[in-house]
Design a protein around this ligand. Structure first.
Ligand code: FMN
Length: 486
């Protein structure tokens, strides 16, 4: 992962922990309404892919155990990991693109209800993403993948050559020469792996996204309701299709790109169709970016405006993340895909302990506060969730008190200790395992390996009933907290 050049090493600073009575009086542990439902507290576990689904997208026992473990800590809400809306193979990521996925997803709902005594609300994040290929072996790229075009021949002065010879010649060219002969996208395909963009409108399936996506999202939303989820989070964040429509980098000229009024059009059309499919009483919100954090991308000026439009359209919550884009991602190794959390925008999304003078904690607070303020100024009470580096009670309480957000998202902190919520609420915050922001979890995510936390995954490995990773070296969920008297 990219790191700021300053390389200042930060330690988590959770501050003072509240007594049970202080927690009971706190804002953090006070209820909040998300549309028709109420969260018992303003604590939220944002979506995190743990790489536990089957290769064809079904819920596994490991997924059930994972969410059950989070639910034992009784956060106000858990959002199930990004779940694909299409009925297409996408590796071990959860899917909701067909009714056959509903029974498995319903198991997650049951597990969370049981483990939290019905006190944690369970939402699901639904996502669309475009095709991305692995970085090819250059030999294969020139021998097979690259279609030979007239411009290659012209730039090489190789008009009459047999194709085979052009290919062999290209394969031997030095980098600077390749940059002259290949088009930008061809070079990108060679260096990073081919990646589709929402602006590739010459491809019919990309051109037609505005016609196709509202229906796909709406059907997925209906399935989520049928499976028993308490609500839906539309994934409009990071490097994926809907965030790319919202981005200033979206230059489509068909009424779905360019000016922000056009960029927001598809996200609003998706929402309206989802709303029509699940009904007015069903909680639906979205996760979007407070800032794209890439050159030429969205700033708060755009996103505060989007926040108001989403609230005006009737979304029940707005959850803010930041960055996490492909545009500045590092070059992957041959045989690997580009990962949108490896560049400066990825750092903004999941900042780690080696940071700049601003530090890794709360980088998303001020942009989120600006969106919150714009939504309130427009007269909407839509709750706003802030995430990024949250790990302390005082930190969370202070920004709720300052009116910068309404709900606090704890992603890596809840992975480090899903009992954080129960421990802090019961006056045992000092027992919380505090995230060190080393990004061990994120490195596993990047390799598509089962995600765990280094603060607990080697603990009590011989305990009876412990389920382990495929290589048998790490436990899949943290040991149980025996409770206050432990
Ligand atoms: C292993 C892992 C998987 C993640 N998967 C998702 C995801 O599926 N959807 C999403 O919107 N964000 C995802 N994120 C980002 C988190 O939700 C969160 O925004 C980010 O980690 C910053 O918050 P934190 O500092 O509290 O960890 C993931 C993060 C991690 C560490």
């Amino acid at each position: 992962m990219w790191r700021p050049p300053e390389r200042i090493k930060w330690k988590p600073a959770p501050g003072r922990w509240p007594t049970r009575a202080e927690a009971a009086r706190s804002r953090l542990f006070s209820p909040v309404r998300i549309g028709r439902i109420e969260l018992e507290s303003r604590t939220w576990v944002p979506a995190m892919v743990p790489w536990r689904a089957t290769e064809d997208g079904f819920v596994t026992d490991q997924n059930v155990e994972w969410y059950e473990r989070f639910a034992r800590g009784r956060p106000g809400a858990i959002v199930v990991e990004a779940t694909g809306i299409r009925d297409i193979p996408s590796g071990p990521l959860l899917r909701i693109g067909h009714d056959r996925f509903v029974p498995g997803l319903a198991r997650l709902v049951d597990a969370v209800r049981r483990a939290s005594d019905g006190r944690t609300r369970l939402l699901i994040q639904i996502i669309d993403f475009l095709a991305i290929r692995r970085r090819p072996d250059p030999e294969k790229f020139f021998a097979r993948f690259l279609p030979i075009q007239p411009w290659h021949r012209a730039r090489l002065g190789a008009e009459g050559w047999p194709e085979e010879l052009v290919r062999r010649h290209l394969a031997q060219l030095p980098e600077e020469e390749l940059a002259r002969v290949l088009e930008t996208r061809e070079l990108e395909a060679l260096r990073y792996g081919e990646r589709e963009r929402v602006t590739d409108v010459e491809r019919p399936h990309i051109r037609d996204l505005p016609q196709v996506l509202p229906g796909l999202f709406a059907q997925a939303a209906q399935r989520a309701r049928a499976a028993g989820f308490d609500g839906i989070e539309l994934h409009y964040a990071h490097a994926y299709t809907m965030a790319s429509f919202l981005s200033r980098l979206n230059t489509r000229t068909d009424g779905y790109g360019g000016a922000r009024e056009h960029r927001v059009r598809l996200p609003l059309e998706v929402f309206r169709q989802v709303r029509a499919a699940v009904g007015a009483d069903y909680p639906v919100g979205c996760r979007f970016l407070s800032e794209d954090c890439v050159e030429g991308g969205n700033t708060v000026e755009d996103t505060a405006w989007f926040g108001v439009e989403f609230a005006r359209a009737g979304m029940d919550f707005l959850s803010l993340s930041r960055g996490g884009k492909f545009e500045d991602a590092k070059q992957p190794a041959i045989g690997w895909s580009s990962y949108p959390y490896t560049g400066p925008s990825g750092y903004e999304c999941m900042p780690q302990y080696v940071s700049d003078a601003r530090g890794p904690f709360g980088r998303n607070v001020e942009p989120t506060a600006a969106i919150h303020a714009a939504v309130r100024a427009a007269g909407f009470a839509t709750p706003v969730v802030v995430t990024g580096g949250m790990h302390g009670f005082e930190q969370a309480e202070a920004l709720l008190a300052a009116g910068k957000a309404d709900v606090i998202g704890f992603a890596r902190q809840s992975l480090a200790d899903p009992d954080w919520f129960e421990k802090v609420r019961s006056g045992h915050g000092a027992q919380a395992r505090v995230c060190e922001y080393k990004n061990y979890c994120e490195a596993l995510d990047q390799k598509h390996e089962q995600v765990t936390c280094q603060l607990w995954d080697r603990e009590a490995l011989d305990e009876p009933g412990v389920h382990k990773t495929t290589d048998g070296k790490r436990r899949l969920v943290p040991p149980l907290w025996p409770g206050p008297r432990g």
